[in-house]
Design a protein around this ligand. Structure first.
Ligand code: NAD
Length: 319
């Protein structure tokens, strides 16, 4: 489907992946582009580049879980396609599990309901590789069992099941995308941050990086602009309707190697500390991206070393 001229809305668009997606969507020449984000973690600064390139970008500071407010926004924007990226991140679910799980579930349910009632035509719902838990086999394809280990992962899995149930029961036109770990500029480095921004900030503050557990747990990291590009490609494709797709590099790296890679990008050769494993941490993540390759020719472009350097440089410039 050609996105040119379409009215598009991105939830969580002031966040990390969402703001890169907004940047990438502008290349598609949409007729109308709107962002809904309650700025709980997102920042308007993440949309500065998009606003320059697309002055008509509309921003709503609103809660995606509020049904009437979202209905009014969709009506006003005459939204055709929703990219649903708003979330409460995993680390928050370790501190506030009930609230986090409820938020994630309620936001997804709201999108399903409003889609069912015709407030927009197509839903691209952003899930997470966390729904799979630790690899029961690797590489992990989309049929891997949902073995969620944290309240975040369980709520994301519940959200996926909701979307699938609305697809089957009400013909909601939806695609579920499951990114594995993302990194890059604009990743939140404040409350509830992920490992890369935390390590960069610690080194900048003259403190040693800390690895939770023995560091031999693995992840499949993608540079955020590659993932944003993949999400746009899958929205353009008719073949992805009703499908669930992994988006990842298909390459595995240990947390130890990742932290050494960040240290190298920062010319840091000091000590690295170890702390007890984080509760619910998955041991192994490696994606099978056969489906994304087959359906949209997905081919991530950024090598980890170059992506890490771009990421570190960005944090250095915003320090
Ligand atoms: N970052 C990763 O490595 C990663 C990996 C896999 C999947 N994902 C998924 O990608 C999507 C985007 O993640 P991200 O890393 O950009 O997260 P992020 O925290 O940077 O962005 C999420 C945004 O949602 C907003 N938000 C939270 N609650 C809201 C609410 N009730 N109403 C409106 N806005 C709300 C936040 O303010 C934030 O801007 C999420 O669905 C996440 O689960 C992320």
């Amino acid at each position: 489907m050609d996105l040119s001229g379409k009215s598009i809305l991105v939830t969580g668009g002031a966040g990390f992946i969402g703001s890169h997606l907004v940047d990438r969507l502008i290349d598609e020449n949409p007729g109308n582009l709107a962002v809904v984000d309650n700025l709980w973690l997102g920042r308007l600064a993440n949309l500065a580049q998009a606003r320059e390139r697309y002055p008509g970008l509309r921003f709503y500071q609103e809660d995606v879980a509020r049904e009437r407010a979202m209905a009014a926004i969709f009506r006003r924007e005459e939204t055709e396609i929703v990219f649903d990226l708003a979330t409460i991140p995993l680390p928050a679910s370790l501190k506030r599990p009930k609230w986090s799980a409820r938020q994630i579930y309620d936001m997804a349910l709201n999108m399903c309901e409003l889609g069912r009632r015709g407030y927009f035509g197509r839903l691209i719902h952003c899930s997470s590789s966390e729904v799979y838990g630790t690899a029961a086999y690797a590489p992990m394809d989309e049929m891997h069992p949902l073995l969620a280990r944290t309240p975040y992962a369980a709520a994301k899995a519940a959200a996926d099941l909701l979307v699938q149930s609305y697809q089957h029961t009400f013909d909601l036109e939806a695609t579920i995308v499951r990114p594995f770990n993302n990194y890059g500029p604009r990743q939140n480095d404040q409350n509830y941050a992920g490992i890369i921004p935390i390590v960069v900030r610690r080194v900048l503050a003259g403190k040693p990086p800390v690895i939770f557990g023995n560091g031999e747990q693995t992840r499949d990291y993608s540079f955020v602009t590659d993932v944003a590009d993949g999400i746009v490609q899958l929205a353009r494709s008719e073949a992805t309707a009703g499908q669930t797709l992994n988006l990842a590099s298909g390459q595995e790296i240990t947390v130890n190697d990742l932290v050494h890679g960040i240290a190298a990008a920062m010319n840091y050769d000091g000590p690295i500390e170890y702390a007890p494993e984080r509760p619910g941490d998955v041991r192994r993540h490696l994606a099978d991206v056969t489906r994304a390759r087959a359906l949209i020719g997905y081919q991530p472009r950024t090598e980890l070393r170059s992506g890490l350097q771009q990421t570190v440089d960005w944090y250095l410039n915003t320090a």
